[in-house]
Design a protein around this ligand. Sequence first.
Ligand code: PGA
Length: 247
Amino acid sequence: MIIKKSNRLVLGNWKMHGSILENTILLSKLRNVDHSLHCDFGILAPFPYLSQVLTILHGTKICWGAQNISMYNFGAYTGEVSAAMLKEFGCSLVLVGHSERRILYKETNLDIAGKASAALSLDITPVVCFGETLDEYNSKKTFSVIESQVSSILELGGKSVSRMIFSYEPVWAIGSGSAASPEYAQDIHAFIRGMLHQVGADSIRILYGGSVKASNAASFFVMPDIDGALVGNASLVTDDFLGITKL
Ligand code: PGA
């Protein structure tokens, strides 16, 4: 479980990776270092492994969640997974609006707001992702893209937004091996923080994601508006992931 809102938060997004055997090794190592973690810490696993994650991490301070959620509570929605189902597997978090969902599965701002609401309705914290593509970055549209993505979530109201976590992930940095510069990320985070201020949700955590590794994470963590990291590739290698949590 997440302990204090003010602590740094590091989340591992496994994406569509893992197997029962690999997960057992990784999760058991995480479980063993639970007591020496320097930050709030969690993983976001594929749906079929949530039961395994619950079994191994139950009773630790490590939190976990899924990478997607239905905007509906129940019904004839083949292939979807509801908030209540995630809750049964101990999920306290869920990723919403990751760029891979926005781009590959055409999720809209409206879908993403619906999913965030569904999560909140069962007290699951949505980790809502925002970020510009390379084309948008090159054509200097970053701020307008972020503004429209964030605005659609802010329409849910300050009270709801205060219960969320945001993550800024420039699409061009994800999986590329080269992260945005910490100064660039800080500028965007400050911009998002300004928007959050307008709805009275000043204190929520804003993570940075996009090629974060043990060797560059500290340079993000010193930035005033960067409250932690959303980590993809490096979260699959235990020592790399733990390296980030020890900073
Ligand atoms: P990456 O992925 O760390 O592999 O760049 C981050 C993410 O997509 O959440």
